[in-house]
Design a protein around this ligand. Structure first.
Ligand code: NAD
Length: 330
């Protein structure tokens, strides 16, 4: 009966343990793999639930899915509580639940806050790895909040960047991002948006914006953009005309055209759904990705539940292996 009892144990993986056991490289590999599985039809996301609950101004929801190739089943539940910061807590709160796909038993509860930042940064890093020009030298950051520093660290590992140019809606937040650049040895300069676009070979947008921060004709040929902030209807970071000028990739087409950056270009009839390609097709070798040095590529990273599950599955495995998971039985 011991084996059955062990199998019934639920692993609890805290936020602190997630920080210890999941590296940026782990997150990159997990996200790349699951994007590939999604594009092959081996992994799929279930419809997202996101509701204003009429309490504490909170937005609460579930993102869930099943990766049949990796045998990962579960959900991330949580959302946004705007009053948390005043209580010394992070506004975004989430927890991942992993289930045994053979039996339906709960296998793990994994803190989702750190993993969300890691998996989001991994998504843009995967897009840079597959779509940016190999000779990219200047990284442009639009946004300087909590996510931006994770984005910067993960992006810096993908190309031989020589410097960072950055702009943020709230300029007072930029020095904190500059400190991260200094830590990884990259010169950092706060610049106006037009200059950022004229100089950057790769641009990451990661703000909470509802209007375009970057106009289509500012962006130079050959740029790769990873648009990561738009994950809800009504949000927007770039000019919809930029999507018509660029070759557009995404994590999941259904999300891209409804809650992602492509929602505006599609609604305005500037592009059709068929103009948006899953990045997994490039990873799988079914789409060429970038086809020329002057092409503008744009990755619309909307954030899918399977990214969370992939990162949480790594956290669970590493935490159990290293004896860092707590356990309980229901
Ligand atoms: P944060 O609150 O720490 O930072 C917010 C950022 O948005 C800052 O750069 C701030 O200056 C900027 N901002 C705030 N109001 C703005 C406005 N009116 N116009 C333009 N910019 C504005 O948030 P965070 O955790 O860094 O998250 C940044 C964004 O990324 C959020 O919109 C969040 O929902 C989104 N996000 C996306 C994913 C994904 O998978 N795509 C995952 C996590 C977070």
């Amino acid at each position: 009966m011991k084996d059955a009892a062990d199998a019934a144990a639920i692993a609890i993986v805290s936020e602190d343990v997630c920080k210890e056991v999941v590296s940026r490289a782990d997150a990159f590999e997990a996200v790349e793999k699951v994007f590939a599985a999604m594009a092959r039809g081996d992994a799929y996301n279930f419809p997202v639930i996101r509701e204003a609950i009429g309490h504490a101004d909170a937005l609460y929801g579930f993102k869930s899915g099943f990766d049949r190739a990796g045998l990962v089943l579960g959900l991330k539940s949580g959302g946004y509580w705007p009053g948390n910061a005043a209580r010394g807590l992070t506004n975004h709160q989430s927890t991942v639940f992993l289930f045994d796909p053979d039996t339906g038993r709960l296998r793990a509860l994994v803190g989702g806050n750190h993993l969300t930042a890691l998996r989001t940064a991994a998504a843009s890093a995967v897009s840079i790895a597959h779509l940016a020009r190999r000779d990219a030298k200047v990284l442009g950051m639009v946004g300087a909040g909590h996510q931006a520093q994770f984005q910067l660290r993960a992006a810096a590992e993908q190309r031989r960047f020589e410097r960072v140019v950055a702009w943020n809606y709230h300029p007072d937040m930029l020095p904190k991002l500059g400190a991260v650049a200094a830590e990884i040895g990259l010169p950092f300069e706060a610049v106006e948006r037009e200059r950022l676009c004229a100089e950057a070979d790769v641009i990451i947008t990661i703000g909470s914006s509802t209007e375009p921060q970057i106009m289509a004709d500012w962006v130079k040929p050959g740029t790769h953009l990873a648009c990561m902030g738009t994950d809800t209807r009504g949000k927007q970071e770039v000019d919809p005309a930029l999507l018509a000028r660029a070759t557009v990739f995404t994590d999941e087409v259904a999300q891209s055209i409804t809650i992602g950056e492509a929602q505006h270009a599609v609604a305005q009839g500037l592009i059709g759904e068929d103009a948006v390609t899953p990045l997994g097709r490039v990873i799988n070798g079914d789409h060429p990705g970038r086809t020329g040095d002057d092409e503008i590529t744009l990755f619309d990273g909307t954030g899918v539940g399977l990214q969370d599950l992939a990162a949480a599955a790594v956290a669970m495995a590493r935490a159990v292996e290293s004896g860092k998971a707590q356990t309980l039985t229901l």
